[in-house]
Design a protein around this ligand. Structure first.
Ligand code: GDP
Ligand code: MN
Length: 402
């Protein structure tokens, strides 16, 4: 799966990260806080949630103009009217009133960030992400910043200077200097850009990010180079090494994802009509594929993990059954270390305590599959069917979804 850089609206796309913790997407103001921790120059500012606080924040910053910036995890806020320069406290009030509550591409603005406005001579683009196929970090730098990098990639791919970095070697100053030269930035920006790129690389690696992006990275008329925007995705699997509680607390999840998060389930909400439960991330992914293959579409990705805990099935089934998109449910189990009869007992116990409105189709295979099926057998009905193979089960569940 490609990582974020060329797919800005990654929010609604599942990111298959194996059996791990979900990535953490930061808002701009959090990204800037993250950058500041690595000494990357960002503008002074405050995040607020009310109009009065926006005005107070601007007064506290103490110099105008300030920029009032909608905090949503989607690009193109400027074009959508979510970024305004304000010359006075009254203007801050007007813009904050407009922007708070605004809908930007389906994201409601709940927070605005007020920062000291910067004078801009030029706008550049800089990012690091992982190139999984090359097994290297990929840095991208362009003198054509301030616009979406996808547009640059399409219209003028040569305007993006790329550098592949071996994680063992890291990024040296001389390599960064050559990279900046290749991107054709204004020579006045060279030293500042090299400095920021080295820091950004540290933020990306030591900070355990999957993506760091500055767009625009600006050259000021004074010659300073400065991060005017911040897009950061942190690697959820590294969260044990960091204190990311504040970042985790503001993750945008839909109702289903929030419930799954609280139940500690690996869940991604999708738009189809077949609810999916599988034990193991790989199996869950294959399940989505098979459902697609027979003409259906999944309402979610859900990995219940190992074990056979009835509680897990209760949570998983409840979350899926509460999803109005769901018309039928596919439970796909492959017995491994957790044996088939243990999982079957877990499912039966779960169905004993909850009422599920959508029909369920189970496929159970692997270790002690026969024992597991024997346990399920007496409970089968129109609402709980069993099929011998994954493909048969997929066909049946898609048929039931109508
Ligand atoms: P995005 O549209 O969501 O990527 O939001 P950005 O933070 O990148 O801002 C969009 C554009 O607004 C930038 O490319 C700038 O042209 C403009 N902008 C943002 N902050 C400032 C500022 O401090 N001063 C000036 N002059 N323009 C700004
Ligand atoms: Mn931007």
């Amino acid at each position: 799966m490609p990582t974020g850089v060329l797919h800005h609206d990654s929010k609604h796309r599942p990111r298959w990260r194996g059996r791990g913790r979900a990535d953490v997407d930061l808002f701009e103001y959090q990204g800037k806080q993250f950058f500041a921790g690595f000494d990357i120059p960002v503008s002074r500012g405050r995040a607020v949630t009310t109009v009065d606080d926006a005005v107070a924040a601007a007064e506290e910053i103490g110099e105008y103009p300030v920029v009032v910036k909608a905090q949503v995890q989607v690009g193109g806020r400027g074009k959508a009217g979510g970024i305004k320069l304000a010359d006075t406290a009254d203007e801050v009030r007007t813009y904050a009133t407009d922007i708070l509550g605004m809908d930007i591409k389906g994201h409601t603005v709940k927070v605005v960030w007020i920062e000291v406005a910067s004078d801009i001579a030029e706008e550049y683009y800089a990012s690091f992400t992982l190139d999984r196929s090359a097994k290297k970090h990929l840095g991208m730098l362009s003198a054509e910043g301030g616009v979406e990098i996808e547009a640059v990639a399409e219209a003028n791919p040569d305007a993006i200077a790329k550098i592949w970095i071996d994680p063992v070697d890291g990024l040296s100053e001389s390599a960064a200097r050559e990279w900046v030269a290749a991107a054709g930035l204004n020579p006045k920006a060279t030293d500042g850009a090299v400095d920021i790129l080295l820091k950004l690389y540290r933020a990306y690696t030591e900070g355990d990010a999957d993506l760091v992006e500055i767009n625009p990275l600006i050259l000021k008329p004074t010659g300073e180079v400065h991060a005017l925007d911040a897009k950061v995705t942190l690697d959820g699997n590294a969260s044990f090494r960091h204190d990311w509680a504040d970042y985790e607390a503001t993750q945008e999840r839909d109702v289903r994802e929030q419930a799954a998060y609280e139940a500690d389930l690996q869940y991604v909400g999708l738009e189809g009509s077949v609810g999916i439960i599988a034990n193991g991330a790989g199996l869950a992914m294959s399940t989505l594929d098979v459902v697609n293959q027979v003409g259906g579409s999944a309402a979610n990705f859900l990995d219940v993990g190992g074990g056979a805990d009835a509680d897990k099935f209760v949570s998983a089934l409840t979350i899926i059954d509460n999803d109005p998109r769901v018309r039928s449910i596919f439970i796909n189990i492959f017995g491994g270390i957790t044996r088939g009869e243990e999982v079957a007992n877990g499912i039966v116990a779960a169905l004993d305590v909850i009422d599920i409105s959508s029909p369920i189709v189970i496929r159970l295979d692997g270790t002690n599959a026969d024992e597991g099926r024997a346990i399920l057998e007496p409970h089968l009905s129109d609402g709980l069917q069993m099929q011998p193979t994954m493909l048969d089960a997929a066909r049946k569940v898609v048929e039931l979804a109508g």
